[in-house]
Write a protein that binds this ligand. Structure first.
Ligand SMILES: Nc1ncnc2c1ncn2[C@@H]1O[C@H](COP(=O)(O)OP(=O)(O)OP(=O)(O)O)[C@@H](O)[C@H]1O
Length: 318
């Protein structure tokens, strides 16, 4: 568990603190996505966890221990770090890059070699094909995968990711979010992710922490953030498509009713999202889809979307 307790960071000459009185807890094995406008303090928050920046006030605890008490180099070896554009060493092979921390830790060669191959396979790169390549012989998405493999090589409990998929095209980005997100979940890593992409934050975060001018505005689950944004700033930040974003997170199977559709009807799986269900209804011109012997109606989808707009109405002053 990572816990910020009243953490303030000031840079010399700045008008206001980069991070101010931050209280935030990230539970073990969960992902916290930090979002907010440029300059709001996301990266500074992240960099204080591996002591690339030191707080002026407050403390940061990892599993109860104040990180200021130990040695920063030892701390960093236990924390994986993935940056935008990755920062792979250009003159070293993929294998040497992935082996960076295990080598520093003095692992035996055979153990390092086995670990490199296992990590490459984990992130979807065939070790035989990629092990000996240089970073400039990889696509942007492949480089990001190597960056994640390198960060995970020494099996750190914590992973810090700063705009990890910022440099890749939208299609590769969506795939990376899904694949890497699933891997991190399976490995039960505690992850702090800085992103500008609200879709990425909602997709990968168990918790989304929205910052503004160095302060935490709201920290909540993606669903709660969409249904009950704390204020107009949060609602604006989440943007116009909040209802659709929420539908994308809800499972069709959870909204189906017990009656079977009579005759032929378009089908959809229980695992599809309500947004996919809505797309299918629009594409096929029906208001009812079959899910095995149950059905999903347009009204059910509409009601799910309405939860967002009703909350919106609650907040509107009379
Ligand atoms: N090393 C530094 N020296 C002085 N000021 C800094 C330093 N690092 C960050 N700042 C300032 O602190 C504030 C917060 O910066 P930070 O990089 O944490 O924001 P951010 O939310 O990550 O921004 P972005 O989304 O643009 O990356 C900014 O005003 C920035 O100019």
């Amino acid at each position: 568990m990572i816990r910020f307790e009243g953490v303030t960071k000031r840079f010399p000459g700045a008008e206001r603190p980069a991070v101010e009185a931050l209280d935030l807890t990230v539970a073990e094995g969960t992902t916290c996505a930090l979002i907010g406008p440029s300059g709001c303090g996301k990266s500074t928050t992240l960099r204080m966890i591996n002591r690339l920046a030191e707080p002026d006030e407050g403390r940061i605890r990892i599993d109860g221990r104040d990180i200021a008490d130990g040695d920063p180099v030892t701390l960093r070896r236990g924390i994986g770090y993935v940056l935008q554009g990755v920062g792979l060493f250009p003159h070293r092979s993929v294998a040497q890059n992935v082996a960076t921390v295990p080598t520093l830790l003095g692992w035996p060669r055979a153990r390092i070699a086995a670990r490199v191959d296992a990590m490459l396979a984990l992130v979807g790169l065939d070790p035989g094909r990629f092990r000996d390549r240089r970073p400039d012989a990889l696509s942007g998405g492949q480089r990001q995968r190597v960056g994640v493999a390198r960060a995970l090589a020494a099996d750190p409990a914590i992973l810090l990711m700063d705009e990890p998929f910022g440099a890749v095209d939208p299609v590769a980005r969506t795939r990376l979010q899904a694949e890497i997100g699933a891997i991190l979940k399976r490995l039960r890593k505690t992850v702090i992710l800085v992103t500008h992409d609200i879709g990425e934050a909602l997709h990968m975060g168990d918790q989304v922490a929205l910052m503004r001018d160095g302060r935490l505005v709201q920290s909540a689950s993606p669903d709660r953030l969409l249904v009950a944004p704390a204020d107009a700033f949060t609602a604006d930040f989440l943007g116009e498509g909040r209802s659709l974003r929420r539908l994308a997170r809800l499972r069709a199977g959870d909204f189906a009713q017990a009656d079977a559709v009579e005759g032929m009807a378009p089908t959809i799986s229980d695992e599809a999202s309500l947004q996919e269900a809505l797309d299918r209804m629009l594409a096929t011109g029906t208001n009812r889809l079959a899910l095995g012997d149950r059905s999903l109606t347009l009204d059910a989808v509409r009601n799910a979307a309405r939860a967002v707009s009703e909350r919106e109405a609650d907040r509107t002053p009379p």
